[in-house]
Design a protein around this ligand. Structure first.
Ligand SMILES: *Cc1c(COP(=O)(O)O)cnc(C)c1O
Length: 219
C-alpha cells in the first residue's frame, strides 16, 4: 500500500472517530528496509520515521539528514543502556522507556547533554514474559518516578499481544495515561492502527503497510 493510501485510511479513521483530521502522527517504521524505499518516502515529503535498532538508525539517518530537512526520528525498539547516548543524539523521541535503570541513565545524560528527546513509557499491557515494558500494575509508580527525575515523559506506548483483541490493550493504555495526566499515546501498527485511532492514539507506528514486507538481511 502507498503512503498516500495509508494516510487516507488514517484520516478516515480520525473523521469516523470524531477527531481532528491530521492530528495523529504517522511514524513510518523504516527498520530493515532498503534505503531506496526509505528515500522514496522522503521524496514524497514524509519526515517522521521510526527505527528499532540504534545501530541501524546510526547507519542511515545522518546521511538522510544531510539531504532532507526536518527529519524526525523515533526510536521504537528495546534500548540497551550502553546505546542510550547514541539514541539520544540521533532521535527526537524514544518510545521504549521501560525500566528504572534506563530512566536514571537517560536523566544523567540529559543533564550532561542539556537536551533530551521526548519520552514514551512502554507498558507491557499483556504482561507477556518475553515482551519489554513496565507491568500495568507498576506503571503509575514508574511514571511518577520518571517525572520526578525531570524526564520529558510525553506519554505511553504499547504493543498488544498478537493473539488478543488490540482494542482492549489500547483502552487500557489510554486509561493508565489519563489517570497519570499524560496525553501521548503511541499505539497502533500496520494491522491495527484503525482501532487505535478511536481510542486516542497520538502516534501510530506503521511499517510493512507502507514499505511492503521487511526484507531479511544478513546480520
Ligand atoms: C516493527 C515495529 C512496528 C511496525 O510494525 P508493522 O506491523 O510493520 O507496521 C511498530 N512498532 C514497533 C515497536 C515495531 O518494532
Amino acid at each position: 500500500m502507498s503512503l498516500e493510501q495509508i494516510t487516507a485510511r488514517l484520516h478516515a479513521a480520525e473523521a469516523k472517530a470524531g477527531r481532528n483530521v491530521g492530528e495523529t502522527t504517522l511514524i513510518a517504521v523504516s527498520k530493515v528496509q532498503p534505503n531506496e524505499r526509505v528515500q522514496a518516502i522522503l521524496e514524497e515529503g514524509h519526515r517522521v520515521f521510526g527505527e528499532n535498532r540504534v545501530q541501524e538508525a546510526a547507519g542511515k539517518w545522518p546521511d538522510f539528514r544531510e539531504h532532507y530537512d526536518g527529519i524526525e526520528l523515533h526510536i521504537i525498539g528495546p534500548l540497551q543502556t550502553n546505546k542510550v547516548r547514541q539514541a539520544m543524539e540521533l532521535s527526537q523521541a524514544i518510545h521504549t522507556l521501560d525500566r528504572p535503570k534506563l530512566a536514571k541513565t537517560i536523566a544523567r545524560l540529559a543533564q550532561e547533554m542539556g537536551a533530551c528527546p521526548d519520552l514514551y513509557i512502554q507498558v507491557n499491557t499483556g504482561a507477556e514474559s518475553q515482551k519489554a515494558g513496565i507491568l500495568p500494575s507498576e506503571a503509575d509508580a514508574f511514571i511518577a518516578e520518571s517525572i520526578a527525575l525531570d524526564l520529558p515523559v510525553r506519554g505511553l506506548m504499547c504493543i498488544p499481544p498478537v493473539e488478543e483483541e488490540p482494542s482492549l490493550h489500547f483502552a487500557l493504555l489510554a486509561k493508565i495515561a489519563a489517570r497519570n495526566g499524560l496525553n501521548g499515546l503511541s499505539m497502533g501498527m500496520s494491522g491495527d492502527f484503525e482501532s487505535a485511532v478511536p481510542l486516542g492514539a497520538t502516534h501510530i507506528r506503521v511499517g510493512s503497510a507502507i514499505f511492503g514486507d521487511r526484507v531479511p538481511t544478513a546480520q
